[in-house]
Write a protein that binds this ligand. Structure first.
Ligand code: ATP
Length: 271
């Protein structure tokens, strides 16, 4: 059997305002996922097709999972999250069966969003050699399963990857993952918004200027900024276990420990 023991569905506790920045992406997902799921009649009436597959790509830690969770929550949809490697099995036929199980569950609990994280691990370019047709069969099953779902019946598939370059191109044909959305590292304005999210419950000293911190954190993705805020809080505690404020110097010290995870080379890879 694959390591996917049971397909679980839940409504995640993430809202749009838990995500800093990415206003364009949020708008796009609202329009093309939330709207068809909440108001399928609009699409039916106007005779427009809603895309059923979205592929979010970009460096690690930029918030791809967070976006998928928020769109599920805000669409009142069940969220079925599966990491590519969980589907893989060394037993013949088990990986395909796991894919079928995921889609069967998605239809049962519709409206639902199937989130396939690390999708490159189950759908690398076919015929890449090195395997015995296993990925070929999984990709075929995934294509068949996606062909069998309909947004207007309440199932949307969101894939995520850090490696768009190695994906099987059949996946991105019309009617499958036909919307590719690049999630870039946050710019200065987005970093400020992310810092605001992660300091929401922090007692900040008056000397803190989040704008300056946003300017000084080029290359930090959302996950890095979250770590930075946590580390700053811990600095305050280490400095004084009775501390009730987090100060600017706590952030400065934290920046020496928590480093940016993207540089120009990474950005060039995606853009
Ligand atoms: P991976 O490719 O590693 O799975 P990802 O792009 O899916 O990464 P997430 O798992 O969504 O990234 O983000 C990791 C954590 O970083 C989130 O739980 C969140 O706390 C924080 N984070 C990332 N992006 C943002 C953002 N735009 N706003 C607020 N928090 C963020």
């Amino acid at each position: 059997p694959s390591s996917l023991r049971e397909v679980m569905a839940e409504i995640p506790d993430i809202h749009w305002d838990d995500i800093g920045g990415m206003e364009d992406v949020k708008r796009e997902l609202r329009e093309s996922v939330e709207l068809p799921l909440l108001k399928p009649e609009v699409f039916k009436k106007l005779g427009i097709r809603a895309p059923k597959g979205f592929l979010l790509y970009g460096p690690p830690g930029v918030g791809k999972t967070l976006l998928a969770k928020a769109v599920a929550n805000e669409s009142n949809a069940n969220f079925i999250s599966v990491k590519g490697p969980e589907v893989l099995s060394k037993w013949v036929g088990e990986s395909e069966k796991a894919v079928r199980e995921i889609f069967k569950k998605a239809k049962q609990v519709a409206p639902s969003i199937v989130f396939l994280d690390e999708i490159d691990s189950i759908a690398p370019r076919r015929g890449g050699g090195g395997d015995s047709g296993v990925t070929e069969r999984i990709v075929n099953q995934l294509l068949t399963s996606m062909d069998g779902v309909e947004v207007l019946q309440g199932v949307v598939v969101i894939g995520a990857t850090n490696r768009p370059d190695i994906l099987d191109s059949a996946l991105i044909r019309a009617g499958r993952f036909d919307k590719m959305i690049y999630i870039p590292p946050p710019d200065k304005e987005a970093r400020l918004k992310i810092l605001l999210v992660h300091t929401r419950n922090m007692p900040l000293d008056k000397d803190i200027n989040l704008q300056k911190i946003a300017e000084a954190t080029d290359g930090y993705v959302g996950a890095d900024l979250e770590n930075l805020c946590r580390e700053a809080g811990m600095m305050a505690y280490r400095n004084d276990p009775e501390a009730s404020l987090v100060s600017n110097s706590d952030f400065t010290k934290a920046m020496k420990v928590i480093k940016p995870s993207v540089d120009q080379e990474v950005i060039n890879f995606y853009e």
